[in-house]
Design a protein. Structure first.
Length: 559
């Protein structure tokens, strides 16, 4: 997870000041603490790269820890996908894989400690009544009827809650803080609730589960996290985390630092909304290449290097803002430009017959694999009498600035010859189905010995050796820049892009792509970057996903 040279961000400045002062003995320990209730998305990648990058930069440790405190929404499937995504992204947590559920006994013991100290009590109000008695920003909340029970009574009730004596939702354990606090998080927050559902790791061992606000700071303390890096929505929770820890005897006190979460244009980042898209079958699944999930981006052809590059470029800020998705798309273009082998593929084939080319002859022409990397060498591309070109590379009556093929016009075939269009063949409906052309044998390799120039160069594929494939052209999932703007009362799904996926069958690719393996990325010359689909592509049934066009086509007002 190496980084390009740059100035220190505000979190790095804090860490370096801590190190200068000798705080924690110069030790740096960070973590990424996802809830296993969904798949990771690009917003999580920012946090992963930040936390893992800080640990690497300062010779520290990085933990992956699951905040698995809500059994009704958590699944082993999500745990496994998150572990895979973090590893794919290059964040090395080594053997430091932890679960909040491993700390349930310690958390419960600490809860009893607060009860004995008169700092927590069992409340008989249900969730709705707790909400109603919390007050308003200008009116203090009302005390629970059970707030002034004795510690002995509360301890007995808590133990009976743990033993399963009470129905789900009938009682909670709340911290006894300040019902008049201007910070609503401090108005006697719930620490434990009764949930009679099996847990993905502990089974039916527990029927009370810690609330996130009670568990989160304790987990950091147990793991002795020095710098607990969170997004800004947790800033108002920090006083509560600190209060909990200060009430306990002899615990480690982490320092929480908040940064701005990632928001992207034309994207929704809410796991709840992403789940709605999956369950409503608006997308294929969590790994649909239109989704901002890491598994979706990976299937589309994004590399971990491109995502890390994007995260470095956008930096770390203290204030929320929305990043243009073009920056993410540019990062994958810049990365794939250096690593993706070049190949020729024709997405919408138009047949070309070269009438003066010898029948039955095939010759091999040399083509560059990657002009950005000499070590990638060259390959041989077959050339013959019948070819395919892109339908868009021919016009019957072209405008002035159209420099590709037209009747009577000469163009260069990439790596091959100059050809001239002599005639057009139409079917019974009048549609163009074939071009009759001639070639100049003296222009082999794409240059003319007499010095004449042509303005257009187009790509092609030899028909006899062509590999057939399906190409999926993915576009942005939403048509609106801010589909889930909180000020907009329109359902965000109304902004789904009806043209976010176009499937092209019968595409023709050069034979070097016949053995392409799932997950491999290529640049189709003049078209864009494509990745072999990891789900649907099989030997003899190639499927390619468009990762990105060669440039930002939305900026030009076209797809």
């Amino acid at each position: 997870m190496s980084e390009e040279p740059r100035s220190l961000n505000f979190i790095e400045q804090i860490i370096e000041e801590d190190n200068r002062s000798g705080k924690h003995g110069g030790r740096v320990a960070t973590r990424f603490p996802p809830e296993p209730n969904g798949y990771l998305h690009i917003g999580h990648a920012k946090s992963i790269c930040l936390n893992a990058g800080l640990a690497q930069k300062y010779g520290g440790t990085f933990n992956l820890r699951f905040d698995d405190t809500n059994p009704s929404k958590e699944e082993t499937e999500y745990v496994e996908s998150i572990i895979g995504d973090v590893r794919w992204l290059g964040a090395d947590f080594e053997d430091r894989l932890f679960f909040a559920s491993s700390y349930f006994r310690q958390m419960y013991d600490w809860a009893e400690e607060l009860v004995r100290k008169g700092k927590a009590y069992v409340c008989d109000l249900d969730a709705e009544h707790i909400r109603q008695t919390r007050g308003t920003p200008t009116v203090p909340g009302k005390e629970s009827p059970g707030r002034n029970r004795s510690p002995e009574e509360n301890l007995d009730l808590l133990r009976r809650m743990k033993a399963g004596e009470f129905p789900e939702g009938s009682k909670t354990l709340r911290a006894k803080i300040d019902m008049g606090s201007p910070n609503f998080n401090m108005r006697d927050p719930v620490m434990y609730r009764i949930v009679k559902a099996p847990h993905h790791r502990t089974g039916n061992e527990w029927c009370i589960y810690p609330m996130y606000d009670w568990a989160h700071g304790l987990e950091d303390s147990i793991e002795q996290i020095t710098h607990s890096v969170c997004t800004l929505e947790f800033e108002d929770h920090r006083p509560l985390y600190d209060w909990f820890l200060r009430q306990l005897d002899g615990v480690f006190l982490p320092r929480q630092i908040e940064f701005a979460r990632l928001n992207l244009t034309y994207t929704v980042m809410s796991k709840r909304k992403l789940l709605e898209l999956v369950k409503g079958e608006y997308v294929e699944n969590w790994d649909d290449p239109r989704m901002p999930t890491l598994c979706g981006l990976r299937r589309r052809g994004y590399t971990p290097e491109s995502i890390r590059l994007f995260c470095r470029r956008i930096g770390v800020a203290k204030f929320n803002s929305t990043i243009d998705v073009v920056q993410l798309e540019n990062a994958v273009r810049d990365d794939l430009n250096k690593r993706a082998l070049r190949r020729m593929g024709v997405l919408r084939p138009l047949k070309v017959t070269i009438e003066n080319y010898p029948e039955g002859r095939t010759e091999m022409l040399e083509a560059i694999n990657n002009p950005e990397n000499e070590a990638d060498g060259v390959r041989n591309v077959p050339f013959g009498k019948t070819l395919y070109i892109e339908r868009d590379d021919f016009m019957l009556d072209p405008p002035k600035k159209f420099f590709r093929l037209a009747p009577g016009r000469e163009v260069r075939l990439r790596y091959a010859y100059y050809i001239t269009c002599k005639d057009v063949v139409n079917d019974e409906n009048g549609d163009i189905v074939e071009l009759i052309c001639t070639y100049d044998p003296a222009t082999r390799g794409g240059s003319s010995p007499d010095g004449r120039k042509v303005q257009g160069t187009i790509h092609w594929v030899a028909a006899a050796e062509a590999v057939e494939a399906e190409i999926r052209l993915y576009d942005r999932l939403f048509t609106r820049e801010t589909p889930d703007d909180p000020q907009d009362t329109t359902d965000y799904k109304e902004y789904l892009n009806p043209n976010s996926l176009e499937k092209l069958t019968g595409c023709r690719l050069e034979p070097a792509l016949g053995g392409a393996k799932p997950g491999e990325s290529y640049q189709f010359e003049r078209i864009g970057y494509f990745c072999v689909d990891s789900v649907d592509s099989k030997p003899g049934q190639l499927v390619f996903n468009r990762t990105a066009s060669l440039k930002d086509s939305w900026a030009a007002g076209r797809k």
